[in-house]
Design a protein around this ligand. Sequence first.
Ligand code: ZN
Ligand code: ZN
Length: 219
Amino acid sequence: MAAIAVELKLECRYCGSPIPLNAVSPKILCYHCLTLISISKESWKEILGEICRRVFDENENRLTFTGNMIPFYVEGNVCMRLYGKEEPMNLNRKPIPMKHALEHLQDNLFSMQGQTVFIRPIPKEYSSFLKSATHFVGEDETQIYRNQNSEIKNPTSSDLVVFTCPSCGGALKIDGTKRILECTYCKVNVYIPDALWFRFHPSKLTRRWYIWFGESYPK
Ligand SMILES: [Zn+2]
Ligand SMILES: [Zn+2]
């Protein structure tokens, strides 16, 4: 069974916040400043190509922790935290039975031990530089950018929070869809403070995901 484990994060070039790169996506949302950061196909090629090169050319058989030593400039610094050969595991570090999982995927999801694992065939635009790899395993599905409206889900109405306008003291209802909103009373633009914002958008942790090659690594 052949897979490469990957942990990546990006430093937002607009606000400096760390953004976990838990999925291969053309755009990643910074949850802090709400900027959509583009990561081009060429950038992914550089990042994933470099990981494959290190694993295969240097024939490293263990996981390598790199800290923040290898920045790639995309629209911010991409840092590898870890890469190396490892069989795919779920978030509880239990091995994913890949053969069984691929046979029983439903809408790219596989359930095991009360957890679902997101597994998708590698999209064409990324497969050309990933040799014989066939799937991405364990990505955070919510980080995959599909269209403009899918990124921030509207919280349910029970998530409404009342916030006092710092300018006029008016009571504003916020639902976490906008970082900056116009006060309905005094028309001043109000910036939602971090403490409140992160109630709606808890910061994500860097998660380990996998490039799956099937039975054996490419020659
Ligand atoms: Zn940011
Ligand atoms: Zn106001």
